[in-house]
Ligand binder design. Structure first.
Ligand code: DLZ
Length: 163
């Protein structure tokens, strides 16, 4: 997938949204970039006092996202980096994290910002981490997508989408 066609991420007022971020800890430098991007997006959208929870690895993202979704947050942002190694572990952890996060979103009707990088090597991950010299900022993008979705869901639940 490339960045072509992605939404512009232009901020809008989310001051009354409660948002939590769950972030894995593997690949520290990339994670620092993703977390900075997510927090920057939340600030630009005027989200106040976001909750940030750290977990060991990406495999642990869904269970904690699930607990947060149950607590009534308007959106949960999940951040992680999985880098392909020489073992099938990459596929197992990537699909468990992806499927688990999708299930949390559908089970609870809470948008999950999908800031999970699955990369062949560290260079690819750094290029998407929103650091100086990166081509993309996936932490910002995932957060902005989740906020847009939360706003859409709010409108639908208030029946404002009917015009
Ligand atoms: C075990 C493992 C491996 C090999 N690679 C990564 C990775 O690239 N990124 C990541 O976030 N986590 C990795 N993990 C750890 C698992 O996600 C998980 O934390 C452990 O298997 C313990 O449950």
């Amino acid at each position: 997938m490339s960045g072509e066609g992605s939404p512009d991420g232009r901020p809008f007022d989310c001051h009354d949204f409660r948002v939590a971020v769950v972030a894995a800890s593997w690949h520290e430098k990339v994670m620092a970039g993703l977390l900075d991007g997510a927090l920057d997006a939340l600030k630009r959208h005027q989200v106040e006092s976001p909750v940030v929870v750290r977990v060991p690895g990406s495999f642990e993202l869904p269970v904690v996202a699930d607990a947060l979704a149950r607590q009534g947050f308007d959106a949960v942002i999940a951040l992680g980096v999985i880098i392909r190694g020489g073992t099938p572990h990459f596929e197992f952890v990537s699909s468990a994290a992806t499927d688990g996060l999708n299930r949390v979103a559908l089970d609870h009707g809470v948008p999950i910002g999908f800031g999970l990088l699955t990369c062949d090597d560290e260079a690819q991950a750094l290029d998407r981490a929103g650091l100086e010299g990166s081509q993309e900022d996936k932490g910002y993008e995932a957060t902005s997508a989740a906020l847009l979705t939360a706003a859409t869901l709010r409108k639908i639940r208030r029946r404002e989408h009917l015009g």
